[in-house]
Each structure stands twice: as structure tokens, then as C-alpha cells.
Design a protein around this ligand. Structure first.
Ligand code: HXC
Length: 514
């Protein structure tokens, strides 16, 4: 019997070596960790339960029957992250470049199916040369099986992808369907076609990094939600993210213990809004003061920076923050900001994470570039996402809330539960100058002193409209509050909203303007 045990242990040791010591060395030389090293860093110690360690491919073409590696290029199983159970696959580049065979795909599908039954998040660590070329269409079928499961799991359990090496061709669509994509600078690459194909087809010369590196996807395309310098940081931050999100769509929001005897006033909030309404300020200062311990995990931090989204806690309750950023493009809503915000809101709503909205928005960005690229269609995504969300929704208007953007940014009319405004709030159809030039056009044009008349009318408009009180008189604003009271108010609101139940009409699914 002992011999049989030893045989098993030997087989395990061999499997753990993946493609062998040389390939592991090559992986390390590329500044990359192995599939198993990554899992070890990601999960709680001793928690990893591996399955399918001895699975091999069944291919016999191109001499493949002589090259078999236990595990077939992917390590799969279940583990805990800070005590929370997750399903994991980690592609092993040391075996056929992590390429996806039929057996490799089956292993991934197996843990995905199990994760759905268990109601636990799925984490994929991608590092692969794509479809296993020698297996042809069978490999393509394997990808499609994964895409289908990614789609069916969407909104049921959170799905997190890290791209830690190549991810090319149709293979990019699995991470793309998932909720969050992490990348590492210089080693991760995602593209539908690589630089050589690009050169042939469009005659553009572009490097791997410029075409599909982490920086590109974090700033230009928005494909990557989180980008870090090292794999270790990626894995640490996946742990952090898991700490903010529930296990599945039926789970309640994550809640940590909180000491309610603490003083909840934040006097520093009174100092932030400049006297000049056209002067920018950093909304992140406000976020920092409103959240517990200033802890904020920003999503898409380098993309469409005119809107800020991310996770934090309010009196221990995990919340999603959506905030305009007056420091970038005056916080205006454009195409990218709308899509970024909408995707984040829909994630939060799908997984019962309450929304905290901080508003200082002059409106939607004008211009042909925006109109021709569909700001109407794209902006409506943000509106749709806020309208459809049934989670607790709290808004604080810090300064501007103009035009359609007022409606969109979780106004009372689209089911905001508690809508607060600071005394500095300006809630109106448009800013003073634009408004006065339209409604007093004739009066100003016929005046002897045009400038005097304009200033007179501006003063009249500012006096009448650029404040929160007209909205408060209507009940569109529940309360006008001193900034330093804001943390206390939002804590009270989210505590009260814990038992909120709201629903949407029954349907097959909505038809969000894609
Ligand atoms: C089989 C592959 C492979 C693949 C790499 N390998 N990709 N084997 N199928 N797709 C093998 C290599 O033969 C090599 O084996 C080992 O993995 C390491 O690869 P290298 O090329 O030496 O590594 P590197 O220089 O780091 O380059 C990595 C790479 C390159 C950029 C990923 O290998 C590459 O371009 N591969 C092909 C990528 C591709 O075109 N895939 C198909 C995309 S289409 P040995 O034995 O020599 O070590 C696709 C469709 C998806 O995936 C369908 C979804 C709809």
C-alpha cells in the first residue's frame, strides 16, 4: 500500500512541475509567476482544494500524444479569500503556452458550473497563447463553452479576471464578459489581433504594449478596471475587491462591525467647496472624508476620470461610490464617463451593493465628436442604470446639478431614496450665463448698455435659481445639510435603508440601450 501512496505523491509532484523546471525558469525570467505561485499568493493559507490535477489532453495530431502534462495547462479548484469561498482557475503558461485544449476548457467549465451551484465568485487568472492550435475547432468549441458560462453566470456570482500574460484573439472575450479585469504593466497583453496582423491590414506599426498593454487598456479602451506594476499587487488587490463584494446575487451587502459611539461630524468637509463656483476641487477629498477610514478601492482610476467609481464602507456597510470629479473636465458627463458609470452601477445593483452618489455636474459634454459617437445612446446607459437600480440609493449634491445630468445622477425622480444637498448646491436647467442669454435675449439685445443688462440678469438668475431651496421646497431634495453633517446623514440613511425592498416589473430581461 505504501508503494501506491508513494506513486500518488510522485504523480502529484510531477503535476506540480507543469511544463518542467526549464519552462518555470523561463516564466520567472519574464518576470511572471507560475500558475501555482499565483494561487498561493491569492488565497488563504492551506485553503486551496485542487481538482482535476491529472487531467490530460486527448489529442493525437502533430505528435501531441507524446507530449502530455498532468493538468493540461490549467490549475483549477476552490479556495478561501479572507474566509470567503471562491472558485479559481489559473492558466499554466509552462504547458503549451497555457493554450486552451478541449480538456483544459472542460476543467474551467467544471469549476464554473460548481461555482454557480454554490453561489461563489469565480476568479480566472489568464496567461495563455489562446486556442490550442493543434486541436483546431475543438479548442474553439472549448472557448465558446466558457463564454456561455461567463454569460450565464453574469449577475449570479461575481466574476473577476486577471490577465497576467498574453490573451489574444477571441480569448479576450471571456475576461471582457466578466465583471472586473486586472492587468499588470509590461507583461499583460490583450488584443483581438496582434501587431503583425494590424500591420498587414491597416499598415499601422504598433508595439504589443501600445496596442494592448495594461496602460492602454486602463486609459484608452477601458477594458482594464485595475492595473498594477506587479503581479503581487494584482493578487493583493483581488483579495481587497473580494472583501467588498457579496458572494452572489442573493447575498446581503458585506458588513463589518462599526462603533456607533464615535463622533460622526467631519468639519473638514466644510472647507472644500471654493467660493468661486467655477473653481475646481478634488471630489476624492470628499470621498475620503465620507468613507470609513478613508478606505476607497477605486475602479477604472485612469479611465474617464471625470467620473469616479469604486468601493468603500459607510459605517461598516460596503457601498459603491459614483461621483462626478470637478477637477477633470469640470466633472462633465461624456460618453466614456457615462459607460463607465453605468457598468459599475449595474454591477452594484446586481449584487445588492448600495449606491452613494456625489454630484457636481455641469451637464453633458457638447460637441460634434460626442454627438456623432452617440452621447445620446451612451449617456442613456447611465440614466438607464440609475433608473433600473433597486438597491439603496443616496445622493449628495455638493455643487452643480444642471440639466439632464441632474435627472440622471440618481435624482429623486429616478428612485433616489435620500437626496441631500449642500447649501452650495446649484440645481437648475442650465448654468446662469447660458440661461440668461436665452431667456433674456431680446431684453439684453435692446438695452443701451448690453453688459450692464447682462450682469443684472445674471444676478437675478443666480439669486433665484442657483441654490438648493427650490428643489427642497418641492421635496426633490429631502434635506439641505451642512457639509460636516454629511457622513452622519449618509450613515443614518444607509442604516435605515437596510430593509429596503423595491422591485422592477417582471420581464424576460431589460433592453438597455447598448
Ligand atoms: C499551441 C502554443 C500556442 C497555441 C503558444 N504555444 N501558443 N501551443 N497553441 N495557441 C506554445 C509554443 O509553441 C511554445 O511551445 C510555448 O507555447 C511557449 O510559446 P512561445 O511562443 O515560445 O512563448 P512567447 O515567446 O512568450 O510567445 C507567447 C505568444 C506566442 C505571444 C502567446 O506563443 C503566440 O503568438 N502564440 C500564438 C497565439 C495565437 O495566435 N493563438 C491563437 C489565437 S486565436 P514550446 O514547446 O516551443 O515551448 C484564438 C481563438 C480563440 O485563440 C477563439 C475564441 C473564439
Amino acid at each position: 500500500m505504501k508503494q501506491k501512496f508513494e506513486q500518488l505523491l510522485k504523480k502529484r509532484d510531477e503535476a506540480k512541475l507543469g511544463g518542467g523546471a526549464d519552462k518555470i525558469k523561463a516564466q520567472h525570467e519574464k518576470n511572471k509567476l507560475t500558475a501555482r505561485e499565483r494561487i498561493e499568493l491569492l488565497v488563504d493559507e492551506w485553503s486551496f482544494q485542487e481538482i482535476d490535477m491529472f487531467v490530460t489532453h486527448r489529442s493525437t495530431d502533430f505528435g501531441l500524444e507524446k507530449q502530455k502534462y498532468a493538468g493540461d495547462g490549467v490549475v483549477t479548484g476552490f479556495a478561501k479569500i479572507s474566509g470567503k469561498q471562491v472558485a479559481i482557475f489559473s492558466q499554466d503558461f509552462t504547458v503549451f503556452g497555457g493554450s486552451l485544449s478541449e480538456a483544459h476548457a472542460e476543467k474551467i467549465c467544471k469549476i464554473m458550473d460548481m461555482a454557480l451551484k454554490l453561489g461563489i465568485p469565480i476568479i480566472g487568472l489568464n496567461d495563455s497563447g489562446g486556442a490550442r492550435i493543434q486541436e483546431g475547432v475543438v479548442s474553439l468549441g472549448g472557448y465558446a463553452e466558457i463564454f456561455l458560462r461567463n454569460t450565464l453566470a453574469s449577475g449570479v456570482v461575481p466574476q473577476i479576471s486577471a490577465v497576467l500574460g498574453p490573451c489574444a484573439g477571441g480569448a479576450v472575450y471571456s475576461p471582457a464578459i466578466t465583471d472586473f479585469v486586472f492587468m499588470v504593466k509590461n507583461t499583460s497583453h490583450m488584443f483581438v489581433t496582434g501587431p503583425n496582423v494590424v500591420k498587414t491590414v491597416t499598415h499601422e506599426e504598433v508595439s504589443f504594449e501600445d496596442l494592448g498593454g495594461a496602460e492602454t487598456h486602463a486609459t484608452k479602451s477601458g477594458v482594464a478596471h485595475f492595473v498594477y506594476d506587479t503581479e503581487v499587487e494584482v493578487l493583493e488587490n483581488i483579495r481587497k475587491l473580494v472583501g467588498f463584494i457579496p458572494q452572489n446575487w442573493k447575498d446581503l451587502p458585506i458588513e463589518k462591525e462599526f462603533d456607533f459611539t464615535k463622533d460622526l461630524l467631519e468639519p473638514k468637509l466644510d472647507e472644500i467647496i471654493p467660493d468661486n463656483p467655477n473653481k475646481p476641487y478634488d471630489m476624492k477629498m470628499i470621498i475620503d472624508l465620507l468613507l470609513d477610514d478613508g478606505e476607497f478601492l477605486e475602479v477604472h482610476s485612469n479611465y474617464a476620470q471625470n467620473i469616479i467609481v469604486g468601493f468603500g464602507r459607510v459605517a461598516g456597510v460596503s457601498v459603491g461610490v459614483v461621483a462626478n470629479q470637478p477637477e477633470v473636465l469640470a466633472g462633465v458627463l461624456d460618453i466614456n464617463a457615462s459607460v463607465k458609470g453605468a457598468r459599475f452601477i449595474r454591477f452594484c445593483d446586481a449584487f445588492n451593493i448600495p449606491l452613494l452618489v456625489l454630484e457636481d455636474v455641469p451637464g453633458f459634454l457638447p460637441g460634434t465628436e460626442q454627438e456623432w459617437n452617440g452621447i445620446i445612446r451612451q449617456g442613456s446607459k447611465l440614466l438607464f442604470a440609475f433608473c433600473e437600480a433597486t438597491v439603496p440609493k443616496v445622493t449628495v449634491i455638493t455643487r452643480k446639478a444642471y440639466g439632464g445630468a441632474y435627472d440622471v445622477m440618481n435624482s429623486k425622480h429616478v428612485r433616489g431614496d435620500f437626496n441631500y444637498a449642500w447649501p452650495s448646491a446649484e440645481i437648475a436647467v442650465m448654468g446662469p450665463k447660458g440661461a440668461v442669454e436665452i431667456i433674456f435675449k431680446k431684453e439684453i439685445a435692446s438695452a443701451n448698455d448690453l453688459e450692464k443688462k447682462l450682469n443684472e440678469k445674471l444676478a437675478e438668475y443666480v439669486e433665484k435659481f442657483t441654490n438648493p431651496y427650490i428643489a427642497a421646497e418641492r421635496g426633490y431634495i429631502d434635506e439641505v445639510i451642512i457639509p460636516s453633517e454629511s457622513r452622519m446623514k449618509i450613515i443614518q440613511a444607509f442604516q435605515l435603508l437596510k430593509t429596503k425592498v423595491d422591485t422592477n416589473p417582471k420581464k424576460k430581461h431589460c433592453n438597455i440601450p447598448l
